[in-house]
Design a protein around this ligand. Structure first.
Ligand code: KIV
Length: 263
C-alpha cells in the first residue's frame, strides 16, 4: 500500500514517484495491475471524459462520484482527489469542508492549484490531517488568465515567483508538488530547493516523479495533444478499427457465426 510518507521516502531514496490519472474502476484496476502506485482522479476528466473544452465546469459532486469509482477498485494505490474549480478558491472554510468530502469518499489526499495565495487553505487542511499536493506552473483552472494552455515560468521574474511559491507550499505542509508545463531547468531548480517530491508533467526529466493523463498515455484522446505527451499506445485507432470491423461483419452476415451462437 502506497502512503503519503512514502512520497517523501521515494525522494530521499531517489526513487521516481509515478502517477497516472484514472476516473473509473476499470482503468483504476488496469493502472494498478501495471504497477502504478499513485492514482490521480484528475479534474482533467472534464475534458477527456465529459468532452468539455476545459476543466472549469467540473463540480465537486462529479469529482466525488469518480473518486468513489476509483477508490472502490484500487486495492493498494495512493488515491488523490483533484479539487475542482471553485471548491477551494473562495476561502479556507469551504476549501477545508470540500477537502474533507474527498477523504470521506475514500481519497487519501487532495490536490489543488496555486501558489502563495493557497497557503491558508493548505495549512487548514494539513492541520487536521488532510494531505495536500500542490500544483504550480501551467495550472489549467487559470487557463483564461493565460489566454490558452501556455508554458509558464519562462521569464526571470516569473521563474523566481514559481520557486518562491514552491517554498511557500512546502512550508505550508504539502506532501508533493505537481509542476506543469514549465522549462526543464526551472523544474530542476525547484526540485533541488524543496525536500518534498516534485511531480512533473511537461516539466522535463529532472522532477522527482512524473504524471500523465491516462487517455493521453494510451492514445485515446487526440483532440489536443500537448508537446509533453507521449502516447505509449494508440487505443483510439485500435477502437476505430475494431468497431468498423464489427459493423462490416454484421452487414456481411459474418457475425455472429456458429461459434457465437447457442444450440
Ligand atoms: O487534472 C489532471 O489530470 C491533472 C494532471 C494533469 C496533473 O491535474
Amino acid at each position: 500500500m502506497m502512503t503519503v510518507p512514502d512520497l517523501q521516502r521515494y525522494k530521499r531514496e531517489k526513487k521516481k514517484v509515478i502517477v497516472v490519472t484514472a476516473y473509473d474502476a476499470l482503468f483504476a484496476r488496469i493502472v494498478e495491475q501495471a504497477g502504478i502506485e499513485t492514482i490521480l482522479v484528475g479534474d482533467s476528466l472534464g475534458v477527456v471524459v465529459q468532452g468539455k473544452p476545459n476543466t472549469l465546469s467540473v463540480t465537486m459532486d462529479e469529482m466525488l462520484y469518480h473518486t468513489k469509482l476509483v477508490v472502490g477498485a484500487a486495492q493498494k494505490s495512493l488515491v488523490v482527489g483533484d479539487m475542482p474549480f471553485m471548491s477551494y478558491q473562495t476561502g479556507k472554510e469551504e476549501a477545508l469542508r470540500n477537502a474533507g468530502r474527498f477523504l470521506q469518499a475514500g481519497a487519501h489526499a487532495v490536490k489543488l492549484e496555486g501558489g502563495a495565495a493557497m497557503v491558508d487553505r493548505i495549512e487548514a487542511m494539513t492541520n487536521v490531517g488532510i494531505p495536500v499536493i500542490g500544483h504550480l506552473g501551467m495550472t489549467p483552472q487559470s487557463v483564461n488568465q493565460y489566454g490558452g494552455y501556455k508554458v509558464q515560468g519562462k521569464g526571470k521574474d516569473h521563474a523566481a515567483r514559481l520557486v518562491a511559491d514552491a517554498k511557500s507550499l512546502e512550508a505550508a505542509g504539502v506532501c508533493a508538488i505537481v509542476l506543469e508545463a514549465i522549462p526543464s531547468a526551472l523544474a530542476k531548480k525547484i526540485s533541488e530547493k524543496v525536500a518534498i517530491p516534485t511531480i512533473g508533467i511537461g516539466a522535463g526529466p529532472h522532477c522527482d516523479g512524473q504524471v500523465l493523463v491516462l487517455y493521453d498515455l494510451l492514445g485515446l484522446f487526440d483532440e489536443f495533444v500537448p508537446k509533453f505527451v507521449k502516447p505509449y499506445a494508440h487505443l483510439k485507432a485500435d477502437a476505430l478499427q475494431a468497431i468498423r470491423r464489427y459493423k462490416e461483419e454484421v452487414e456481411q452476415g459474418k457475425f455472429p457465426s456458429d461459434a457465437e451462437s447457442y444450440h
